[in-house]
Design a protein around this ligand. Structure first.
Ligand SMILES: Cc1cc2nc3c(=O)[nH]c(=O)nc-3n(C[C@H](O)[C@H](O)[C@H](O)COP(=O)(O)OP(=O)(O)OC[C@H]3O[C@@H](n4cnc5c(N)ncnc54)[C@H](O)[C@@H]3O)c2cc1C
Length: 369
């Protein structure tokens, strides 16, 4: 049943998902342990799936754009490794920002490079996304200087980074205007500080970022007025995360299925936690995401509510499936060599990465006010 589900996705978008699946199945399984332990940041693998088209399905930022090919590709990666699925999402958001900018100089310099994976990078929008919903204050401040801006401040965690990487984020000007831009990690006034070790996500190239009067040229500004730009890209930013949820959940279902031959006689008493239940929920989620992801520029309030609800459902489903996977797998799932426990650690990240479960509940509650 879960395989049929996977095949259905591939049938919908054969070219990108099938190509990425091919590279992923060949190259990722042998890297997963090192990524999980944090001894490897898989830059070469990310470039390889980039060459297979993983980040290029959503570069046409017009009414015809459909995020489903990109989500399908990400789900193939996440089915094998959630941390690498997260890095895939980071790269996809960077591409999404650049695809949507009206800064033609920036677009022609970076769109093809990021979409192919030649230029790697990510997103530092957690703090801005939380600030827009009243959870915390914007951490980066900027002032106008000749030919660009001077930016200072710190972001606690930004992933899929290295010395020659780039990421999209937002600062606040002295007059309150917000500016969205691409930060270039090669800038000597932007420091990447190693973080304390992470659970499950230690191989994701995650750093604390310090800006010390870093010069951001106008050529790297995505939008001098960030708020309308954020409104345009926010549904895509959130919907793309479905690729992580679908992939991890699909593998959880497959792990549960495989316990049936030896433990089915007792696992059947896990009420409402059967692989068939999760397959059903996954198909419902997939249908909703597929619909929403085919029109990411829709502006109605009801569309935005559906996006937020789908994102919440995606996190909840992933965490529930991973929880059930642990119960189905039993003692052997507790072995460090068993991927059930890795899936559990990865699944919680789907629930805590911005917009986190608690933020999504807050957003929905405030829509009701
Ligand atoms: C492994 C990992 C990778 C991440 N990658 C990215 C990324 O690529 N881009 C991005 O924008 N965000 C990233 N984040 C942040 C993530 O998206 C969430 O914002 C974060 O997990 C917290 O969300 P929350 O809503 O639960 O906030 P809460 O946990 O409720 O609050 C988080 C806030 O508390 C403060 N805080 C708590 N602990 C620390 C600490 N140790 N150091 C500094 N500040 C702290 C900070 O102000 C922080 O914003 C990453 C987080 C993790 C754990």
């Amino acid at each position: 049943m879960s395989l049929a589900f996977a095949d259905r996705n591939i049938a919908a978008q054969p070219s990108i998902a099938a190509c990425v699946r091919d590279v992923t199945q060949k190259e990722l399984p042998q890297l997963v342990d090192a990524i999980d332990k944090g001894s490897l940041y898989p830059a070469d693998f990310l470039r390889a799936i980039g060459a297979a088209g993983a980040f290029a399905g959503h570069t046409k930022a017009d009414a015809s754009v459909d995020l489903n090919p990109t989500i399908d590709a990400m789900s193939e990666v996440s089915e094998v490794c959630g941390a690498t699925g997260f890095m895939t999402w980071c790269q996809d958001t960077l591409v999404w920002y650049i695809a949507n900018t009206e800064n033609d100089e920036l677009k022609s310099a970076l769109l093809a490079k990021t979409a192919s994976g030649a230029q790697l990078g990510g997103t530092g929008l957690s703090n801005p996304m939380k600030s827009f919903f009243g959870i915390e204050k914007l951490k980066l401040k900027g002032k106008r200087v000749d030919g660009g801006y001077s930016v200072s401040g710190a972001l606690p965690w930004v992933s899929n980074l290295g010395d020659d990487h780039m990421f999209g984020t937002i600062f606040e000007r002295e007059d309150g205007e917000k500016v969205m831009f691409i930060a270039d990690c090669a800038n000597p006034n932007i420091d990447l500080l190693p973080c304390d070790p992470f659970l499950a996500m230690d191989g994701t190239g995650t750093y604390g970022i310090h800006f010390k009067d870093a010069f951001v040229p106008d050529s790297l500004v995505l939008a001098h007025a960030a708020m309308p730009f954020v409104k345009k890209i926010r549904a895509g930013f959130i919907l793309l995360q479905a690729g992580m949820a679908v992939g991890v959940t699909r593998d959880c279902i497959s792990i549960m299925e495989r316990t049936k031959s030896s433990l089915g006689h007792v696992n059947k008493f896990l009420n409402m936690q059967q692989p068939e239940d999760f397959t059903q929920s996954l198909m419902t989620l997939d249908k909703e995401v597929r619909d929403l992801a085919s029109m990411p520029y829709e502006t109605s309030a009801s569309f935005w509510r559906r996006v937020v609800q789908a994102r919440l459902d995606a996190g909840d489903l992933t965490m529930a499936a991973a929880h059930a996977t642990m119960l189905h797998t039993g003692a052997r799932g507790y072995l460090m060599s068993n991927r059930a426990q890795r899936r559990m650690r990865e699944a919680y990240f789907v629930g805590i990465v911005t917009p986190a479960t608690k933020q999504l509940h807050k957003m929905l509650a405030e829509m009701n006010d």
